[in-house]
Design a protein around this ligand. Structure first.
Ligand SMILES: [Zn+2]
Length: 571
């Protein structure tokens, strides 16, 4: 019995340690876990996917599958923690009694999970470096690759490993000290004058400073990998960070290729930080334009998500626009929009909620909120975070600006990611929901085989299968509309070199219907669910000429519901 692995969830693993951990899981549980590289990052790091399923009950590709990834945005490293946490729970609870062991055993016996803890390893490595940089991108310079000759480059300049803010006294400044809480910088009121004001800029060095003008340089790594997917992709002038063309970036290409090569994926979640919300499609259209059956499925799983995680589940278009007149395109929403698989983005962690601010809109709050909210946040920093979420201002001699102060909110460690002591608690919100979604995936099962003699060497062979999942085999009406899933494909396997065996009725490969799941069409059973009350079942039939006693292989596969293989004996 191998010693159980005990990863830490209060630290962030760098690439080498993450790699080691994943391979340790595979080595400790070879019947449940395998690890493969699905591609290499810009700098040549492997992008790892752990595949989890019980190999004794079938190969990964023969089972319906659920995908979870994290950390496509460089500094959102808690997203990796959430995926690792789930991986750990799956191997830890498999085969154990009680919950969640019972459900996880069923899950890994009947479904496959593809877990990609870190889609953007180069960017994460930079965020976790000893002198970190908080970019969003991978590390490929884009759209231009010249180094900056002027402007402010955001970086840690006092060597404390944090990138905070710099405040400079300035009568034209936007911020002032809060009257009761002078550590806090709060906005000046409209028409206000005569006080002590400050200009607040990011911590960093300024090249070619003329003594007056400061512009903050865009990161030379100006990609946003989550704008590089094929769905409604738009060029840079309309969509910042888009990349030169869809899936141009190796990290995005790896994920896209993996999905295209794994037609069994029926549902997927991408972890990000932060806001403490669960986001669903559409990002660019109103719910009125979603196929109602799909919307209802999203609403159902949204209710489950809210109950399981404590996060609200909302539409991106209706409730999570960064600007009310602008939409975001070229995103991982590709998974639903093109493939018709269920897809969510989870934005882990909400510091404002942590501080007791409950009544707020996720994006709008950052633009404008009452000053009292910041007092609450400061109190939270002092009492719960040892005063580290908001760092008190301290004098610093800035190489270009002279005497300034450095301090303010620590965005990477307390806003973009939860503080160490809360990371595991946040990551623990999601497994139950993910397990329930994955257990709802369609699953093809063998109902029965039948063989009937029609003559001394002529046989009627039937193969009946059923979808035992809650969801239909095609997952969503969107998938049908986009023609990305076929009906159940039946096949009879006849030996090619035996002239005594031939097919006299039926085709060797038969496309059957799309199988429904057991999701109710009406909650009240008295209202009939349509006429086709066994729409979860399908039967294929062949007439075969063959000597008595011949054994024949039969199979059935539904893209998103897995495969069934069996044998019949003609007698
Ligand atoms: Zn993100």
């Amino acid at each position: 019995m191998p010693t159980p692995l005990k990863p830490r969830f209060d630290i962030f693993y760098r690439h080498d340690a993450l790699t080691q951990l994943l391979f340790d899981y595979a080595a400790a549980h070879p019947q449940l876990v395998s690890v493969e590289s699905i591609g290499k990052s810009y700098e040549g790091r492997d992008i790892w996917v752990a595949t989890l399923t019980n190999l004794a009950t079938g190969a990964p590709q023969d089972k319906p599958a659920f995908w979870a990834d994290g950390n496509i945005h460089a500094a959102e490293v808690t997203a990796s923690t959430a995926v690792l946490y789930y991986l750990h729970q799956l191997v830890d609870a498999y085969g154990s009694d009680g919950e969640p062991g019972r459900r996880i055993t069923q899950l890994l016996d009947t479904r496959t999970l593809y877990l990609c803890p870190r889609l953007n390893p180069d960017g994460a490595e930079l965020a976790l470096a000893d002198r970190p940089r908080h970019i969003r991108s991978s590390t490929r310079p884009y759209p231009f690759d010249e180094p900056a000759f002027e402007g402010l480059t955001v970086e840690d300049i006092d060597g404390d490993g944090r990138v905070l803010s710099v405040r400079i006294p300035d009568p034209h400044g936007t911020y002032k000290r809060h009257p009761q809480e002078p550590r806090l910088m709060v906005p000046r009121e409209p028409g206000e004058f005569g006080g002590a004001y400050f200009r607040v800029i990011p911590e960093g060095t300024i090249k070619a400073f003329d003594g007056l003008s400061i512009t903050v340089n865009r990161d030379p790594e100006g990609l946003d990998l989550n704008r590089n997917f094929p769905t409604q992709w738009r060029q840079e002038f309309e969509q910042v960070g888009a990349g030169p063309y869809p899936a141009s970036e190796p990290e995005v290409r790896a994920m896209v290729d993996f999905f295209v090569g794994h037609r069994n994926i029926g549902a997927a979640i991408s972890y990000h930080t932060h806001s403490g919300v669960i986001l669903r499609p559409f990002g660019t259209h109103s719910d009125d334009e979603m196929i109602p059956e799909d919307l209802w499925a999203y609403q159902r799983f949204g209710e489950i998500a809210e109950k399981a995680t404590g996060y609200p589940a909302i539409s991106i278009f209706h409730e999570f626009k960064y600007h009310p007149k602008e939409v975001i395109t070229g995103t991982q929403d590709w998974v639903y929009e093109h493939l018709g698989a269920l897809f969510w983005v989870v934005e882990i962690w909400a510091p404002n909620k942590e501080a007791g601010i409950t009544d707020y809109k996720w994006v709008d709050w950052y633009r404008d909120h009452p000053v009292e909210d910041e007092i609450k946040l400061l109190k939270w920093s002092d009492e719960q975070c040892g005063g580290k979420a908001h760092v008190d201002w301290k004098p610093f001699h800035h190489p270009q600006l002279g005497a300034v102060e450095i301090g303010g909110w620590d965005r990477l460690n307390y806003w973009r990611n939860p503080p160490p002591h809360l990371r595991e608690r946040e990551a623990a919100r999601f497994p139950d929901w993910m397990t329930q979604v994955a257990l709802s995936l369609p699953r093809l099962e063998l109902l029965r085989t039948e063989v009937r003699a029609l003559g001394p060497d002529t046989w009627r062979v039937r193969l009946a299968v059923a979808n035992s999942g809650w969801l239909p085999a095609y997952i969503s009406k969107r998938a049908l509309q986009r023609k990305v899933v076929r009906g159940v494909m039946f096949e009879i396997h006849l030996p090619e070199d035996n002239p005594a065996i031939s097919l006299v009725g039926g085709k060797q490969r038969i496309e059957g219907p799309q199988l429904e799941g057991h999701a109710p069409k009406h909650s009240l059973h008295a209202f009939v669910q349509g006429r086709d009350v066994t729409a979860d079942r399908a039967v294929a039939e062949w007439v075969v000429r063959a000597p008595q006693g011949t054994r024949l292989a039969l199979s059935a596969r539904a893209d998103r519901a897995g495969a069934v293989r069996t044998e019949v004996s003609l007698d």
